[in-house]
Design a protein around this ligand. Sequence first.
Ligand code: COA
Length: 475
Amino acid sequence: MAKKKLNKSKQAKASKKSARKVVKLAPKKAAKKTNGNGLPKASNKPWGQAGKALSGVRILDFTHVQSGPTCTQLLAWMGADVIKVERPGVGDITRGQLVDVKGADSLYFTMLNHNKRSITIDSKHPQGKRVLDELVKKCDVLVENFAPGALDRMGLTWEHIHKLNPRMIVASVKGFGPGPYEDCKVYENVAQCAGGSASTTGFREGPPLVTGAQIGDSGTGLHLALGIVCALYQRNRTGRGQKVLAAMQDGVLNLCRVKLRDQQRLKAGPLSEYSQYGEGVAFGDSVPRAGNDSGGGQPGWILKCRGWETDPNAYIYFITQAPVWGAICDVIGEPNWKVDPDYATPRARLPRLRAIFDRIEQWTTTKSKFEVMEICNKVDIPVGPILSMKEIAEEPSLRKTGTVVEVDHPTRGKYLTVGNPIKLSDSISEVKRSPLLGEHTDEILKDVLKLPAKDIAEIKNSGALSAPKKEEKAA
Ligand code: COA
C-alpha cells in the first residue's frame, strides 16, 4: 500500500514534471517556426525544393477554349491542383478543334491544359450538381469563362457558392464588363477590335488589323490569374472569398494603354514620333494606325535583310535610339550624319525618317538578320530579328530555359509546347501533359471528395458522369 502510495506520488511528480516540460516546450516549438515578427522563418531547403508557390491551392476549373484555360494552366504550373470539369463525352470543345492527329486531342487543347486533372460531370444532372457542390466545398477558387449567365443557369450562383464555401473565390473571364455589351459572347478577335487594338494596328492606308498574339484570350487569362492570386492573398486577411472579373475588352485596352495616351496627346498637336508626321500627312481626331512605328519616343521600323526576296521573315526591327545615333552612322557608313545639322539631332531627323530608314535598309539588305543583330548589339543599337515560328521552335536557348518544351502524350506522341514564361527561382515549373477526358474522375471522387466506393458507383450509375447513351440521345 505504502509502495503504491509512493509510486502514485512518484507518478504524480513525474506527470507534473512532464506537464511542466510540455508547457515549457510549446512556446519553444512555435518560436522555431517563426521569426521575430511572427512570420515563417526562411526555409533552409535547397532552392526549388520548398514546394511550389501555389501548392495547397485547389482550383475548380470550369474553363474552356483559350482565355480561361490559359489562366488555370498558369496556376497549375505554379503548383495549384487544377481540377478541370468537362462535359461528359465532349469535354472542352477545343479537344476536337483543328485536329492534326486523328483520334488524339488537338494541339489547341493539349497546349492550354498542361498539369491539370480532368473529371467529367454533367453539371445539369441532379447527381452531377451534388458532386459539384461537394467540390465547391473542397476548392479555393472556381474559374470559369462561360457565356454570361451560364454558370447561374447551372445553379452555381455566387450566393449558392458563397453559402457552401465562404472562402471560395469565383473568377470569371467575360467578353465585356457591365454595360451595353455585357451579354455578348466574345472571341479573341472581337476583343481585339473592341479593346482598341485593331483600330491602331496595321498601315494607315489599309484596313484595321488583328494581331497574331492572342491578347484578347491569353492576355485576359493572364490578367485573371493575377486577380486570383491577389484575391487569395487578401483572403489570408479577410478569411472570405470574392468575385474576380477580367473582361476581355478591358484586358486588351490595358495592353493598348499607350494608344489611349496618344489619343489624349492629339489635343496638344500632331504625334511627332508617328512617321505620318514626317511625311506631312495630317492627323484626324483619333489615333491612327502606325504601321511598324515604335510605340515609344525612339523611331523604329522593320527593314529588309539579305534574302528577303525569297524568305518572308528576312527582316529586322531597327530602332534609331538617340544615344547611339553616332554608332548607327558609323555602322551604315554615313559618319557625316553625326554632325550634319539635318541629321545630328532627333528633332532634325523626324521629317527625314523615311529617307533615313531607306538608307539603313540599303545596309541591312547586305547582311542576314542575324549578322545585323551581331554587329548592332556590339555597339548597343537595339534591333530585333523577325523570327519565324520554325526558328523559335528550333532555338536551343528557349529549349534550355524551358520556354519551349517537348512533351510526350499517350495518344499523339511527342509535341512542342510553350512552357511557363514566368520563372520563379524557388518554384520550378515542370510541364506535365494535358489530361485525357475524364482521366481523373475516379481519383478525384475518391481522394478529393473521399466518397466511399458505394457512393461512387451510385453516382456513376445515375449517368451524371458519362455521356448520354446513343438511344437516349435519339429519343
Ligand atoms: N455539363 C453540362 N453542361 C455544360 C457543361 C457540363 N459539364 N459545361 C458547359 N455546359 C453548358 C453550359 O451550361 C452552357 O449551357 P446553357 O447555355 O444552356 O446554359 C453551354 O454548355 C455552353 O456554354 P457557353 O459558354 O455558352 O459556350 P459557347 O460555345 O456557346 O460559347 C464562348 C463560347 C467562348 C463564346 C462563351 O463561352 C463566352 O463568351 N465566354 C466568355 C468570353 C470568353 O472567354 N471568350 C473567349 C473564349 S477563348
